[in-house]
Design a protein around this ligand. Structure first.
Ligand code: ADP
Length: 519
């Protein structure tokens, strides 16, 4: 079977080899197993259901939420001689009927539909009269309310599958891989004894950096000047931030455009096209920019602010270097940005449960900014890949030549202070107690009477908080969920407190700090 698959890969698509994972996924589907493939956008999932579609009898039904992309996908299938079609709201009834009839007659191998269509009883009846061998569910995380794009209509997929006279093979695809979403997809789509493949998240040509405490404006201005000939995207968190960055760059004479939800559709289209056709080199944008943009030569993506979670970050950063050439993804982190993200979250009117979940995901994003691990390893493990190398030599952690310093004593002081404060406060108050601050809240709670009060006077409050953030990212400390997280000791802190284990952190040498600390 795989031999045939390879033949098709060459004949229709012109590729010599499968990419990592594709072969396993195709093999699993061809062996009639339900299959769950977790791979990032651009990794090549279409081929994973299109090739089986050609090799299996009957029709493959593809459920995709991206109506605007269906036509493009079907056009590109047709251009290589594969028979496919789509049914969505852009067609009139006559056209829908015509396509259904042709599908019944076996004219197509692939039929793309939006999930909303499956909510129509009539439509499902029609599908029952067609031999469907495979149902490929694209963007399968939409079935889960824990994913970042929950769509209730995805729940109809399971109903349809149950109704079909012969149960088809079900293959689900997504780029989101948190445990919760994974479990939900399996449960809600009723995947049976499925094979799961998590693959292809690594983008070798991208380098990852986190800059903590940099003067962001200066950093961006310097970076853009040093990379004048390169194409880049700068993401801001709000329209205001985008406007201000845009004005700054424009006033210095750079060929720059802007893109955010406050612009008219015509303005947005103009910016997007100017960027696509290289009339401008830089685009400053909110996360509204990027869906469906396939520009290959983006050399850098700078985030002026942390996004709300790792999925969003990786998707946005991943717009760099699609051509495989070395490209940079830089995240500028300042602790106060967390508040902005929390504020945006609170505006979004979601249920309490989901809010907790979003807070947790935000914390994992913050942990990325503080980790002393290889950033690529952090990302790949976040997305569920196993056996990731400890060092990639292409991220700001691996390239950081500052030395590992033994911080066991500092860790013990911090941990015991948290313990004495009965694990009831956030990192700011812990830092104030360690510093020996006479702050109102410290005195009000009588924290100045603790034995750990003032035992780290020589540090700045920010340095203490930074240290704690690293301990959080490394799992020695934990934070409760919510707007005002409380810092708690974790199991990992116990042997340190008992002097059974040592702790090391990379401490940046002061002289190497190029950028002014404004946080
Ligand atoms: P996804 O749906 O995962 O976002 P696509 O299926 O659109 O990604 O594939 C992304 C790009 O990778 C497409 O241009 C596709 O032709 C290309 N591609 C897929 N598989 C291979 C392969 N085995 N070898 C080379 N290019 C491939």
């Amino acid at each position: 079977m795989l031999q045939n698959a390879r033949h098709i890969l060459k004949k229709y698509y012109g590729y010599e080899n499968f990419r990592k994972g594709q072969e396993h996924i195709i093999d699993s589907i061809l062996n009639k197993k339900d299959t769950f493939a977790i791979m990032p956008t651009g990794a090549g999932k279409s081929i994973c259901f299109q090739i089986p579609a050609l090799l299996l009898e009957g029709l493959t039904l593809v459920i995709s939420p991206l109506i605007s992309l269906m036509k493009d996908q079907v056009d590109s299938l047709e251009s290589v001689g594969i028979k496919g079609t789509y049914i969505n709201s852009s067609l009139d009834n006559g056209e829908v009927q015509d396509r259904i009839n042709k599908a019944k007659e076996g004219e197509y191998k692939l039929l793309y539909v939006a999930p909303e269509r499956l909510q129509s009883w009539d439509f499902c009846q029609l599908l029952k009269s067609i031999k469907i061998s495979l149902v490929a569910v694209d963007e399968a995380h939409c079935v889960s309310q824990w994913g970042h794009d929950f769509r209730p209509s995805y729940r109809s997929i399971t109903e349809l599958i149950k109704e079909l006279p012969n149960r088809p093979i079900v293959a689900a695809f997504t780029a989101t891989a948190t445990e919760q979403v994974k479990d939900d997809v399996v449960k809600l789509l009723k995947l049976k004894d499925e094979n799961t493949y998590i693959t292809g998240f690594n983008r070798e040509n991208l380098s990852f950096s986190v800059m903590r405490g940099a003067n962001k404006k200066d950093f961006i201005m310097n970076y853009v000047e040093d990379n004048k000939d390169e194409v880049g995207i700068i993401y801001g968190a709000t329209r205001k931030e985008v406007e201000s960055l845009y004005e700054n760059l424009k006033s210095k004479g750079y060929a720059v455009g802007k893109y955010h939800g406050g612009l008219s559709p015509a303005e947005r289209k103009e910016s997007q096209e100017a960027f696509l056709y290289d009339d401008i080199k830089i685009i400053v944008a909110t996360n509204a920019f990027g869906m469906g943009i396939d520009k290959s030569n983006v050399r850098y993506v700078i985030h002026h602010n942390i996004p709300k979670n790792m999925e969003a970050y990786y998707q946005e950063a991943g717009r760099a270097g699609r051509d495989g050439e070395p490209s940079e993804c830089i995240l500028l982190f300042a602790a106060q940005d967390i508040l902005l993200q929390k504020f945006l979250m609170e505006q979004s009117n979601i249920s309490l449960d989901r809010e907790k979940n979003e807070y947790r995901k935000l914390q994992e994003m913050v942990d990325y900014c503080h980790t002393t691990k290889c950033l690529r390893k952090y990302i790949l493990e976040y997305f569920g890949e196993e056996d990731v190398e400890d060092k990639c030599d292409n991220c700001s952690t691996c390239n950081d030549d500052s030395e590992l310093t033994d911080v066991t004593i500092e860790a013990q002081k911090i941990f015991s202070c948290i313990y004495r404060m009965k694990e009831r406060f956030g990192t700011s108050l812990v830092a104030q107690v360690l510093k020996g601050s006479k702050n109102k809240r410290v005195l009000q709670f009588g924290l100045d009477r603790l034995s750990t009060y003032g035992i780290m006077k020589e540090y700045k409050e920010k340095e203490l908080k930074d240290m704690m953030n690293i301990f959080i990212a490394e799992g020695y400390l934990g934070l409760t969920e919510g707007q005002y997280p409380i810092v708690k000791l974790q199991q990992k802190a116990v042997p340190v407190l008992k002097s059974k284990e040592k702790v090391f952190q990379k401490i940046q040498k002061k002289k190497e700090k190029v950028f002014v600390d404004n946080t």
